[in-house]
Design a protein around this ligand. Structure first.
Ligand code: PRX
Length: 621
């Protein structure tokens, strides 16, 4: 049990019921207009009964969705054959389809000139639009080239490219010829890249000559050259052209030609995640394209050339759905509202958040400032392993209420359960526990490449018969879910278990704080003590001692005295992965004084942040 979760939720709920509830305007929609295949489902009349049906008749639900929404080369014989306790996950056996055909060809038949991709290049105002027809053309040509160059079904091609049409075409070309792709975030170092190439045993790498990010050139080809030195499997490197600068080409390098563009109006989906992360895979590339949508490929950073970049882009590209990470929202919040308000955001309909808990202050800013109080903020919970969104505010009711900071309701076909510390399913709501999913769904991970045993041990064995997510969650009495953080981020202070995210949420509500990270450390008396790292907002000129005391008092008041930080270290920035997740493990090691044990830092966004924190910590302690 996480006693404070209930209190945090109760306080948010009260505020919500004052300002965010919109129960009066519930619309009863025609279910077949939403999901035509639901016509064959007994007793399903609206989205909420559809949600129940999708869980209790999971096979029927997924079979109908698969038959109606995808083009099959050969239809499947069986819908599913799964046993979570043994890590056996098989869907649609006997069936055969090609995901690239589903993302491209069928839309080219109906709307060839619809814009598939809007490539939002680093320099604002230089966007490039690519139609479904052009993307198919590019994909086929690349697929043929890969095939001619010996890439075959089952091979794994490593793609080390920034978000750009050629990167998407590379992913789809691999899918087209039956090769797997291993997209490595183009900010990773040579060492991190070579490790991933070796892991995938790739013989082929696709990259660009140079990247451009935040006005700076990024030497991607040079990084690949360095990385492949320790990758004996690599035989060829395809190099696309992003800038006009020539790069050194070795015997194994093959230059890729560039392509044709055109334009047509349409709804624009703006997921700003890099394609190297699962969010970019599912919600920049495969999801929008499989649905015939127009998707934005964001090459730049949220603060280039200034902190108004996202909203200037929303205005210029007329983005309808914006999907980003809380870390970027917190960063932008620091710079103030003027960067948002100067741009027209009237095209926005929905604001999405993903990747980590969104603290209350960031949620409210996103909702009231960015969304002008009229766009719902959907805090979507999922993981790389789940493939797509699993818990989200509005899967089954477009007019449903949203509580800030809560992921709210399970998605179609998803049945979450919470386990207590003994491993029993919690039967009542208004409770906390380890978040598991009770039955399989088609998008879930089936294995870990070359290590199925590890898959079983990590996800199937902790709670046999259930998929274990590693996250903690709270479920309110209304059945709404709030993610409380990774289970290993729960600390035990004087016998009280508390998620560090809850303390961070309160610290972040302090007006001078931009963001924070809280960890537990060994404490002689309390078992674990609370150590907070806080980044102050830009331009805040204040006495650290005063702020420190103010933060401690606020946590005591809003949560409990035991949760109040024993130490607060003010830092310029937190150590984060390139996808924006705070590396709390590094902070723990610094506080423990175990600098030898910092571990793998190759995914760190800015290693100098760690040095600064080490220095500050030694002065503090
Ligand atoms: O701890 C959860 C957190 O991010 C983890 C998954 O990270 P990754 O596989 O990199 O995928 C990120 C994009 C889906 C989860 O186990 N997480 C993700 N979304 C949320 C979240 N934590 C709280 N609230 C969320 N909405």
């Amino acid at each position: 049990m996480l006693p404070c979760a209930e209190r945090v939720v109760a306080s948010i709920s009260r505020r919500l019921f004052r300002s965010y509830l919109s129960v009066s305007s519930r619309r009863r929609c025609n279910i077949t207009a939403f999901m035509p295949e639901a016509a064959g489902f007994d007793g399903v009349s609206d989205r909420s009964t559809l949600q129940d049906f999708s869980v209790s008749n999971s096979e029927k639900f997924w079979a109908a969705a698969a038959r109606h929404r995808l083009s099959w080369i050969r239809t499947f014989d069986a819908v599913r054959d799964c046993d979570l306790s043994r890590g056996k996950i098989k869907w649609f056996e006997g069936g055969k389809l090609n995901v690239s055909v589903n993302c491209l060809d069928r839309h080219v038949h109906t709307c060839p000139d619809k814009v598939a991709l809007i490539w939002e290049r680093d320099e604002p105002g230089s966007e490039v639009k690519v139609t479904y027809r052009s993307l198919l053309d590019m994909t086929c040509r690349l697929g043929n080239l890969l095939r001619r160059r010996g890439v075959k079904r089952g091979d794994c091609v490593t793609i080390y490219m920034p978000p750009c049409p050629m990167a998407v075409a590379s992913m789809l070309a691999c899918a087209r010829i039956g090769a797997a792709h291993n997209v490595v975030f183009a900010g990773f170092s040579a060492e991190a890249l070579s490790e991933r190439i070796r892991d995938a045993q790739s013989s082929t790498v696709i990259t660009v000559n140079q990247g451009v990010r935040g006005g700076k050139l990024v030497e991607l080809k040079k990084t690949v050259d360095e990385a492949v030195q320790s990758c004996p499997t690599v035989q060829q490197v395809f190099v696309a052209t992003r800038t006009e600068n020539p790069v050194l080409m070795a015997a194994r390098d093959v230059a890729l030609d560039e392509y044709v563009f055109s334009y047509q109006d349409g709804d624009v989906f703006g997921c700003v995640a890099d394609i190297g992360w699962i969010t970019g895979h599912s919600y920049t590339v495969y999801g929008p394209l499989a649905n015939g949508g127009t998707t934005v490929l964001f090459e730049s950073t949220p603060i280039y050339p200034d902190p108004g970049r996202y909203w200037e882009m929303v205005q210029r590209l007329k983005i309808n759905q914006f999907y980003g990470a809380p870390t970027a929202i917190r960063l932008l919040l620091k710079y103030g509202d003027q960067w948002v308000r100067k741009y027209d955001r009237s095209t926005l309909k929905t604001l999405g958040s993903v990747g980590e808990p969104i603290n209350t202050e960031a949620w409210e800013w996103y909702h009231t400032v960015v969304g002008d109080g009229r766009c719902p903020v959907v805090d979507t919970w999922w993981q790389t392993e789940t493939g797509g969104i699993c818990i989200s505010p509005k899967p089954s009711d477009p007019d449903a209420e949203i509580i800030p900071g809560m992921a709210m309701r399970p998605f179609f076909g998803i049945k979450p359960v919470l386990m207590d510390t003994e491993g029993n399913v919690q039967s009542s709501s208004d409770t906390s526990g380890a978040l598991c999913i009770a039955q399989p769904w088609p998008g879930m991970a089936r294995t870990i490449h070359n290590n199925h045993q590890r898959f079983i041990e990590t996800y199937c064995q902790p709670h046999p018969g259930y998929f274990f997510t590693g996250d903690g969650a709270y479920c309110s009495k209304e059945g709404y879910y709030q993610i409380t953080g990774r289970l290993d981020d729960v600390i035990n202070v004087s016998g009280h278990r508390i998620g560090t995210a809850e303390i961070e949420d309160v610290v972040n509500q302090c007006p001078v704080v931009a963001e924070s990270a809280v960890i537990g450390y060994a404490h002689d008396i309390k078992g674990e003590g609370v150590f907070a790292f806080a980044v102050l907002k830009q331009g805040v000129d204040t006495q650290y001692g005063d702020v420190s005391q103010q933060l401690k008092d606020t946590v005591s008041k809003k949560i409990a005295k035991y949760a109040s930080p024993d130490h607060i270290q003010f830092v310029k920035r937190l150590p984060k992965t390139r996808s924006g997740k705070i590396m709390r493990r590094v902070l723990r090691k610094i506080v423990e004084g175990d600098l030898e044990g910092l571990g793998d830092l190759s995914t760190l966004d800015d290693p100098t942040a760690v040095q600064e924190i080490i220095q500050g910590n030694s002065e503090l302690c």
